[in-house]
Ligand binder design. Structure first.
Ligand SMILES: [Zn+2]
Length: 335
């Protein structure tokens, strides 16, 4: 089975969104309004070329209009307030159609698209894949379609996607997860409920069949280091959302313990781990290389699941005024 990490553009986010912790509305507003500590993180989607079920996309990244005609795309005062001009970057060679062409997959060959959740930076490519079967959790879809403002207002799906297949987790337990959805009934692609970041956030387990497995964790884990959730945390969505997300992360940690060949694929890992994942997932997956990436992830943590090396992310401003970087320091180090 071939697998690809598609780097479909980058997004500017406040440092605190990734590393600021906090779960109150006040924390959230404070972080999201912070324009002075931007970092640039990759937007990843994943493509699995399944020997029996054909090419499957997991999330769809950004599209060209979203990144380059931002004001028209996010028209209206509400959307403009919510989305900042210049937050998305997409180079021509990063476009979904260009990347698919490079790897020899035609958009119309993609039969299945799984959306981990319904946030804009995961939905931009939907309009390029309209022939596919779209899967999204019922909880996420329902939460976005309540009240007077149905979900069709979301720019990336407006007039585009009308009837996705709504997922219930009705296939029984899967290792550390109490419920799951086995997409094809053969255990090769299994959806796992990982709510928190969104109410129906879904992670996607893929069994490569030849000594490697993948868990596309979407935004439940912005980076693999977020597995150490008692040390580094993103902004979380209220106390209930926080509790759910921490529970989901604990289940992912248990899944890693149960499955030694499992590789975690986070949604926006801007660290060296993300780059290693891009190199690993670039065609047929070599089991030896997959084990090396798994060992690389394991080496970040000690026996108790705490970060074994530097564990304090620190914002480093860019002297030229662009997005800053993140450096890591030991706890208690002179800062
Ligand atoms: Zn998200």
């Amino acid at each position: 089975m071939k697998a690809y990490a598609l780097h479909l553009g980058d997004t500017r986010v406040p440092f605190g969104q990734f590393y600021g912790g906090g779960d109150s509305a006040r924390d959230m507003i404070k972080v999201l309004r912070d324009r002075s500590h931007p970092i640039l993180v990759p937007v990843y989607a994943f493509l699995v070329d399944h020997p029996r079920h054909g090419p499957i996309m997991i999330d769809t990244g950004l599209n060209w209009q979203q990144a380059h005609a931002h004001r028209d795309y996010y028209s209206g005062p509400l959307l403009r307030a919510a989305f900042e001009e210049g937050e998305y970057l997409l180079r021509p060679e990063q476009r979904l159609d260009a990347q698919l062409e490079r790897i020899g997959v035609r958009p119309r060959d993609i039969g299945t698209v799984i959306l981990t959740h319904l946030h804009e930076d995961h939905l931009g490519g939907v309009r390029d894949l309209l022939g596919a079967r779209f899967l999204v959790s019922r909880a996420d879809w329902t939460s976005k379609n309540l009240g007077l403002f149905p979900f069709r207002r979301t720019p990336s799906l407006k007039n585009v996607l009308t009837d996705p297949e709504l997922i219930d987790f009705d296939s029984g337990p899967f290792h550390s997860f109490a419920a799951s959805r086995d997409v094809f009934g053969d255990g090769s692609v299994v959806l796992l409920p990982t709510p928190g970041h969104s109410v129906g956030h879904t992670s996607v387990f893929v069994d490569g069949g030849t000594g490697w497995q993948l868990l596309c964790a979407g935004d439940t884990l912005y980076t693999v280091r977020h597995l150490a959730s008692d040390q580094i945390r993103p902004i979380m969505l209220g106390r209930r959302g926080r509790d759910r997300q921490l529970d989901a992360i604990a289940r992912i940690r248990a899944l890693l313990r149960a499955l030694p060949e499992l590789i975690i694929a986070p949604g926006h890992d801007h660290t060296d781990y993300g780059r290693a994942l891009e190199q690993l997932l670039a065609g047929p997956v070599d089991p030896g290389d997959a084990h090396a990436v798994r060992r690389r992830a394991d080496a970040l943590f000690d026996q108790r699941g705490r970060l074994s090396g530097p564990d304090q992310p620190r914002y480093c401003p860019d002297p030229a005024g662009g997005p800053g970087g993140v450096s890591w320091a030991e706890a208690g180090a002179d800062r």
